[in-house]
Design a protein. Structure first.
Length: 195
């Protein structure tokens, strides 16, 4: 906040130099929360948010610009910058069929004009790359600053995905099933958005 105030009210001639001189101190909390490589990105994003109240931006002040959604700083339980870097590596390794699947699913998530939930089933033999496709999707969604809960049918399958959970735990499906049991999960709740 102090750095943003200095930018807004101070008469510092070389703000990029001031940033470089005090970067370690200014990034300390973010480095501890994320990593030494990505902490400065989060610090700059936070400063960028504070600068808007002074009608300034990182770009106007000749500081490095950071492409992070504003809400990320408040709620992300993952390192968005790191996720974005992973997406690039994963995407390059997709074959044409996998790339097509990823594009279809991302389109369903982000360009769903009717806001109608959709259900997709990804099938293939063992070793076909289904988990790799899921991981690419997860990193892409996290890289955009959005949260997602990967749900699989079994505990073993759930452990293959970062943050994976079983359908029973997420949707409150009773373990002992009979013809009269139903899920104890209400539609249209904040926690559940299915695609």
């Amino acid at each position: 906040m102090l750095f943003a105030m200095i930018c807004g009210f101070g008469e510092v001639e070389d703000l990029p130099d001031l940033w470089m001189q005090h970067q370690v101190s200014l990034c300390e909390d973010f480095v501890q929360r994320y990593s030494e490589q990505t902490g400065p990105h989060y610090a700059l994003a936070d400063i960028g948010e504070l600068l808007t109240s002074y009608n300034l931006s990182l770009q106007k002040l000749h500081l490095a610009t950071v492409d992070l959604p504003a809400s990320v700083l408040e709620r992300a339980n993952f390192d968005v910058v790191e996720e974005q870097a992973k997406v690039n590596g994963y995407t390059m390794q997709l074959n044409s069929e996998q790339r097509n699947v990823v594009e279809i699913l991302l389109n369903a998530v982000y360009n769903n004009a009717a806001d109608t939930p959709k259900c997709y089933f990804l099938d293939g033999p063992a070793g076909a790359g289904k988990t790799f496709v899921y991981s690419t999707l997860l990193h892409t969604i996290h890289g955009r600053g959005d949260d997602v809960i990967p749900v699989r049918s079994t505990g073993i399958a759930a452990t293959l995905l970062i943050g994976g959970r079983t359908a029973h735990s997420v949707f409150k499906i009773p373990i002992d099933l009979n013809a009269t049991y139903t899920c104890n999960f209400k539609p249209n709740t904040q926690k559940l958005t299915c695609y």
